[in-house]
Design a protein around this ligand. Structure first.
Ligand code: SAM
Ligand code: SF4
Length: 315
């Protein structure tokens, strides 16, 4: 279905939980605020029902996200049920991958065709710092397992943070080249109300490109611009939703774990659909697509943001 600005909306991002095993400083450093009761979270049947209705208005692609989606009990079964909905062509996942090492086959067997995993740093001590936990990710084993099970292309998401990982670009280039993967540097966003020092950590893509002149532009898709070093495999991507908005290509709506449709990531408009079924649910889905703004206004003011923190939206 097309929205009011003639954009074709065929992509639904489903946050299956707001819980997480990490406490990333830019996302949920203090854990979950406003914890939801179990019965406030969408049940498997409700999620599948939303997918079944959304197919009727043209949704064909699903991304599972969180919080940390792999923490949800029965997640592999839920993914399989979503994949089995007639009309769903693709199901992908965004995960911090802590629980994915050793479980890639299960994910593939459930029907997932591609994985984006988050990794802000290649240094395990820095990983502990930014994730605010004592956990680390064995990303080499994970990448090799994803390749073994042919869950490709592999995309790694790293939030770009000045003074934290901007010096790690050479390491990212080497890793991308070694495994022929894309490492996408995400512009830091203000989402929710965090005590995270945005101005201290924000760094633009232009600054990185000025510093690493060996990175040459290769191509662009609807959200990322890809660069690489001549002769190398793999890419360094940039996702710049604020400084280089891609709203004109936006093709998505979001479903939160507590059953709200979010027409746009960056404002407070939400449509509650929990407990709603059939034609009324279909109408709510249409309403959400119609309510998509022409673009977000986060570039005009950091205060024009969603009050809901990122772990409750899913990115
Ligand atoms: N837990 C999973 C993960 O980390 O991949 C999925 C949910 S997480 C909210 C989805 C994406 O949002 C991650 O790639 C994360 O780095 C990104 N993210 C979270 N907070 C952000 C922020 N303030 N600015 C930019 N990206 C952010
Ligand atoms: Fe958890 Fe992902 Fe948020 Fe990090 S970015 S705290 S992994 S939901």
């Amino acid at each position: 279905m097309k929205d009011a600005f003639k954009r074709e909306i065929d992509y639904l991002r489903i946050s299956v939980t707001d819980r997480c095993n990490l406490r990333c400083l830019y996302c949920m450093p203090d854990g979950i605020q406003d914890k939801k009761e179990h019965d406030e979270i969408m049940r498997d049947e409700e999620i599948v029902n939303v997918v079944q209705e959304s197919v009727k208005i043209g949704i064909t692609k699903i991304r599972i996200t969180g919080g940390e989606p792999l923490l949800r009990k029965g997640i592999y079964d839920l993914i399989r049920k979503i994949k089995d909905v007639k009309g769903i062509k693709e199901i992908t996942i965004t995960t911090n991958a802590i629980l994915l090492v050793g479980n890639v086959k299960k994910l593939k067997d459930a029907g997932v065709s591609r994985v984006n995993f988050s990794l802000d740093t290649l240094d395990s001590e820095k990983f502990k710092f930014i994730s605010n936990t004592s956990l680390t990710l064995d990303y080499i084993s994970l990448i090799e397992e994803l390749i073994e099970h042919d869950l490709q292309p592999i995309k790694v998401n790293a939030v770009l943070l000045k003074g934290f990982n901007d010096s790690e670009i050479p390491g990212f280039i080497e890793l991308a080249n070694k495994y022929d993967i894309s490492i996408r540097l995400i512009e830091l966003m203000t989402v929710g109300h965090l005590n995270f020092d945005y101005d201290k950590y924000y760094i633009s893509k232009d600054e990185i490109l000025k510093r690493y002149k060996e990175l040459k532009f290769v191509r662009k898709d609807s959200v990322s611009e890809y660069y690489n070093v001549e002769g190398n495999k793999g890419y360094i991507g940039f996702i710049n939703p604020i400084s280089h908005k891609f709203c004109s290509d936006c093709n998505r709506i979001r479903l939160t774990a507590d059953g709200h449709l979010k027409p746009c990531l960056h404002n407070n408009n939400e449509i509650l659909i929990k407990e709603i079924q059939g034609e009324p649910l279909l109408n709510k889905l249409r309403e959400a697509i119609h309510a998509k703004p022409i673009s977000h206004t986060l570039d005009e003011s950091k205060d024009n943001r969603s009050d809901r923190p990122m772990n409750k939206i899913g990115g």
